[in-house]
Design a protein. Structure first.
Length: 468
């Protein structure tokens, strides 16, 4: 789904036309209307149609600290200018390459450039004695009205046409063609997204179990099914899932120490890194340093601090593991411990009866203080209700998503949650929606496998990729 933000400065007839066109559309919807003027009638039109609005004066428009969180909050991936007078700042153009489009009331390159808007354009058309006028829809570039043209539609003029007549003819073209042109861009973006998705390089830094669908063995098929090229770096080789009680484990820290220099020499980079089980404090330092270097180049870091559940640490997990995970959290753009892990990371006593919402929010803030940006805590009992709570660092939004618990334990469900969450985030979904989709996926897979005889093996995810 393409989430559209419309930027507008005035009356908003094009804005209303677009909102109505994309209502109940299966490929796109208008999620936000932004205006630099609080008195723009377009805001009233949008609110009447149930679309959220925001007033962003010119100074705030030029501030990435204001605009980026706002657009991230609504999951915006296409911006449409519909009579928006300020110049779009270059940082925003870079943030949305070929994803900001504008409609101009003339046939560019004629009558374009600074000062050419509204009646000024129609007056210029009349003064030039043009025999036709029209509309131009184009991508926005740093050059005013200079971006690549997407589509143009023309209408004939006669010498008797007044400036008002020219404006009316041009406006009729806008009403007739503009929504369809935006729709064409949306469809092109979908195709482009499929290609871009294949270009998203993701590295899994997690353990590999020889027997059982957990960790890398659970995440790799899911992320691959999302169309993401997945690479892996094993933190440990484990004979089988730890739930069997007996296992053999090989710490791969020395191997990892030799891998990173080779990758640097070869110029390998990743769009995202997802870390899971970390075998030692030494390994945590090496991995966190690498993640920090990659983050400086724009890589998103996801950290799953795998340590325990139901108030206890997993077999083989020691207090040193907790210190290792705290080091990993310091480089995380998003971390998602379960309630048990959040307790160990924050030094909070585990309570079977759960916590209050205020206490849950306090734990989220404590994890942010460690260094993590956005935080999700799963498997919580808050005020007697099973839920997932989270905070989005872009806007500080706190959220709580309830679920019905299925009283069955499988190893690897956290890895399934992680893979589905990351997959949807990399496809452009919001944090809240991605979290909900990941929760639903885990619930569905547990329901399909709750009667399995040997639950210690985990869930055979390959059998259910089509329903994720």
């Amino acid at each position: 789904m393409t989430n559209i933000a419309i930027f507008v400065s005035g009356n908003g007839s094009n804005c209303e036309n677009l909102i109505k066109y994309f209502q109940n559309h299966d490929r796109a919807n208008v999620v936000l209307v932004v205006s630099n003027r609080a008195d723009a009638f377009a805001l009233t039109r949008a609110e009447r149609l149930g679309v959220d609005t925001a007033v962003v004066p010119r100074a705030q428009l030029n501030d990435p600290g204001v605009m980026t969180p706002l657009l991230e909050k609504y999951g915006v991936n296409l911006i449409v200018l519909a009579g928006f007078l300020p110049m779009v700042p270059e940082y925003l153009i870079n943030l949305f390459p070929q994803r900001i489009i504008n409609i101009h009331p003339a046939l560019l390159p004629r009558h374009g450039g600074k000062g050419m808007w509204g009646h000024h354009v129609h007056e210029a058309v009349k003064a030039a004695g043009d025999t036709q006028t029209g509309i131009t829809v184009h991508y926005v570039s740093p050059v005013c009205d200079g971006g690549e043209i997407i589509a143009q539609y023309a209408v004939a003029l006669s010498p008797e046409d007044s400036v008002d007549d020219i404006a009316a003819k041009e406006h009729e073209l806008e009403m007739r063609y503009f929504p369809a042109i935006v729709e064409r861009v949306v469809l092109g973006l979908e195709k482009d997204n499929a290609i871009r998705k294949m270009d998203k390089q993701i590295l899994l830094i997690n353990d590999i179990a020889g027997y059982g669908k957990v960790a890398t063995a659970a995440m790799l098929p899911i992320l691959s099914y999302f169309g993401l090229p997945v690479y892996n770096l094993p933190t440990a080789l484990v004979s089988n899932t730890l739930d069997y009680g007996k296992f053999n484990i090989l710490d791969t820290t020395d191997y990892i120490k030799g891998v990173f220099p080779v990758w640097k020499q070869l110029g390998f980079r990743f769009d995202a890194i997802a870390t899971g089980f970390i075998a030692s404090e030494r390994q945590a330092r090496i991995v966190s340093e690498y993640c920090m270097e990659q983050a400086a180049n724009g890589t998103t870091i996801f950290v799953d601090p795998i340590m325990g559940d139901e108030g206890k640490l997993y077999n083989g997990v020691t207090p040193a593991t907790i210190r290792s995970m705290l080091e990993m959290l310091s480089v995380a753009h998003l971390t998602y411990p379960n309630y048990t892990e959040a307790c160990f990371l924050t030094g909070t006593p585990y309570r079977e009866e759960g916590v209050t919402l205020e206490e849950a929010h306090r734990m989220l803030r404590q994890l942010q203080e460690v260094g993590a940006k956005s935080v999700i805590i799963t498997s919580m009992l808050v005020d007697g209700v099973h839920c997932v709570v989270g905070v989005n660092h872009f806007d500080g939004e706190l959220f709580k998503l309830d679920y019905t618990e299925i009283p069955v334990h499988f190893p690897g469900t956290g890895d399934i949650f992680s893979a589905v969450l990351i997959g949807h985030l990399l496809m452009g979904e919001t944090l809240v929606r991605s979290t909900r989709l990941a929760m639903d996926a885990v619930a569905t897979l547990i329901a399909h496998n709750k009667d399995n005889d040997d639950k210690n093996r985990g869930i055979p995810v390959e059998n259910y990729l089509g329903i994720l």
